[in-house]
Write a protein that binds this ligand. Structure first.
Ligand code: MCA
Ligand code: AMP
Length: 551
């Protein structure tokens, strides 16, 4: 496994990116104080700047107002104070916050205290929240009062072992100035910084652990490749419990000293009215293909005059970016026709951040269907079923493997599973099959495992859903598959056999799933059959299961 020393050198590599040069002292030592962490460099620059215009630089705008970088730093220090003055040294600290300015303040505060952020989502039911908190061994949680009802029963069950801190109480603390903040926690680049829970082909969801070094490498690479500047203004519409919303969108913008406008959740009408009717200053929009498909369908319902205004406004953005799932060619084409924007598609994963990206600075170089070339500092190769490296054979397909300072540290407390996902020579095995053309552009062909479903950009494990469904006493056998869908990419479908004399419909199944899994995991299609298709070995024939849904 990758060792500590290597992470130090990875951090040094990441520090070479333009982003980290904002903080001249930041990469001179392996151990550094908070204020020198690259993530905070732009904020620090704006906070301490002598020029009033820079001190007024807005970090985040949400439905409650506008917040400067100076305010963000001050609020982060309040969070640090509330967490206790000890150095948490990478200890897990959970947070359950709506998409808002305060989300960022809490995230930064946990980092300021030396902790590792475990972001929980309002989309998760109690069972999942409990699993994430206990699996990550979080001993403290910061929660917004509006979400207290989601977490209180979990904390009661955990019998006081997790300390609850309310974000509104923390935010009401007195503002701090740099002089009264005391000594910073010593943050080392290789300590845990972020947990992202991801579903795999075996077992329960795993906690992907990123360090300050791996996050820094990811954000630094995007800063360079996508040409982020402090003049950018990001419209943020993504959930904040995955790498896409947290790292690729929010952290990148904060790293660059840009402004983020945060919506509480994606809403196609709200996005269009902001872009068309608001100030013409949004420069970046990021989303999953389902969001762009929905924006296009909303556009079709507009009057011709409104469509023309939409084209003018969306056409002004510097970048419209799609990822987390394959962007259908139809969406790419319609988006280009409707807005004049050649969508920037990129490829990544919770474990690696972003690995491949089309050309951000030259729209003409973006190819429909391609996910681009390796980002700065990231190595990518394709290895076929025989173990042959076919990267340089145009059109040959192989497993996408990735190496670089962006690659995660470990699956939490799962050393064997972590090791299994790496080749003996240290490449991370993504599970995605890709191909590369003669111009060096990569294309994603699909997943190796039929048991990984991508729905609306969320990665779901068929086996995990099957395990849950089997707990419904009337179900005797179950198979979960992904069925292709225009809107969602794939939708979750379940085929089941039932105990004699019982019945089940999709509404009943959803109701049962409601408290056990996030709604986005629960099946949208159901077939009740006499027997599930199995091969001679008794193994489920998932191809045949899929065909049950085409009848
Ligand atoms: C919501 N539902 C879904 C999904 N989202 N079902 C399947 N797949 C989904 N993705 C459920 C709702 O709970 C609801 O269920 C029903 O579908 C209709 O919901 P609706 O209101 O239409 O959906 P929504 O709430 O507007 O959500 C759609 C969405 C959302 C905005 C596209 O799915 C979303 O935010 N997706 C982004 C995912 C993402 O950020 N992925 C990043 C991970 P019911 O009717 O039962 O109530 S990947 C990643 O991080 C890597 C690094 C990468 O490459 O980016
Ligand atoms: P997650 O593990 O939730 O971070 O999701 C990562 C997975 O999303 C990858 O392993 C791919 O299967 C998929 N993915 C991300 N970006 C793309 C893309 N541009 N095209 C196709 N699949 C993608």
């Amino acid at each position: 496994m990758l060792g500590r020393a290597l992470f130090r050198s990875q951090y040094a590599l990441a520090a070479k990116s333009r982003g980290q040069q904002l903080s001249s002292a930041s990469h001179k030592t392996a151990r550094r104080s908070l204020a020198n962490l690259a993530m905070f460099a732009a904020a620090k620059k704006f906070s301490l700047s002598a020029a009033p215009s820079e001190r007024a630089k807005v970090a985040i705008v949400d439905d409650s107002g506008s917040y400067t970088y100076a305010q963000l730093l001050s609020d982060a220090y309040k969070v640090r104070t509330a967490l206790g003055s000890k150095d948490h040294k990478g200890a897990s600290i959970a947070m359950l916050m709506p998409n808002s300015y305060e989300y960022a303040a809490v995230q930064w505060g946990i980092w300021a205290a030396g902790g590792a952020v475990v972001p929980l989502s309002p989309m998760h039911p109690e069972r999942e929240l409990e699993y994430f908190i206990t699996n990550a061994e979080a001993r403290q949680i910061i929660c917004h009062p509006s979400l207290l009802k989601n977490i209180q029963p979990v904390l009661d069950r955990l019998g006081g072992s997790v300390e609850l801190l309310s974000s509104d109480v923390i935010m009401a603390l007195a503002d701090t100035t740099p002089s009264d903040r005391g000594a910073d926690a010593e943050i080392s680049a290789d300590q845990s910084a972020l947990f992202i829970y991801t579903s795999g082909t075996t077992g329960k969801p795993k906690g992907v652990v990123h360090t300050h070094a791996t996050i820094g490498a990811q954000v630094g690479a995007l800063y360079d490749a996508w040409g982020w500047t402090s003049s950018d203004r990001l419209l943020h519409v993504l959930p904040l419990h995955h790498v896409h919303g947290i790292v690729v969108a929010l952290c990148s913008a904060l790293w660059a000293g840009a402004t983020t406008e945060m919506m509480p959740k994606f809403d196609k009408s709200r996005v269009w009215s902001r872009v068309i009717d608001g100030p013409q200053d949004i420069s970046i929009l990021m989303g999953v293909p389902t969001m762009y498909a929905r924006l296009l369908s909303a556009l079709e319902d507009m009057s011709p005059a409104r469509q023309s205004a939409a084209r003018d406004s969306m056409g002004k953005l510097r970048l419209t970016i799609s990822g987390s799932a394959a962007l259908p060619a139809s969406v790419f084409k319609k988006w280009q026709q409707a807005t004049g924007q050649a969508m920037l598609e990129r490829y990544g994963m919770s474990e690696i951040g972003m690995a491949l990206s089309n050309d951000a600075l030259n729209p003409a170089a973006r190819k429909m269907g391609a996910v681009g070339k390796p980002l700065p500092g990231v190595e990518v190769r394709l290895v076929d079923g025989e173990g042959v490296n076919v990267t340089d054979t145009p059109g040959a397909s192989g497993m996408i493997q990735v190496k670089g300072p962006n690659v995660f540290h470990e699956y939490y407390n799962l050393p064997e599973k972590t090791a299994k996902e790496f080749t003996t020579d240290g490449w991370f095995i993504t599970g995605d099959i890709g191909t590369r053309d003669a111009d060096g552009l990569y294309y994603i062909m699909g997943r190796e495992s039929v048991d990984i479903i991508k729905s609306g950009g969320f990665k779901l494990s068929a086996l995990e859903i099957e395990r849950e469904l089997l707990e419904l006493p009337i179900i005797t056998d179950v198979a979960v598959v992904g069925i292709p869908s225009e809107e969602w990419g794939e939708i979750v479908a379940a085929a089941v056999t039932l105990r004699p004399g019982t019945s089940l419909d999709i509404a009943g199944l959803k109701e049962w799933c409601h408290n056990r899994m996030a709604n986005y995991k629960s099946p949208k299609l159901l077939r009740v059959v006499d027997a599930l298709p199995r091969n001679l070995m008794g193994k489920l024939d998932k191809k045949a299961v899929k065909s049950l849904f085409s009848k």
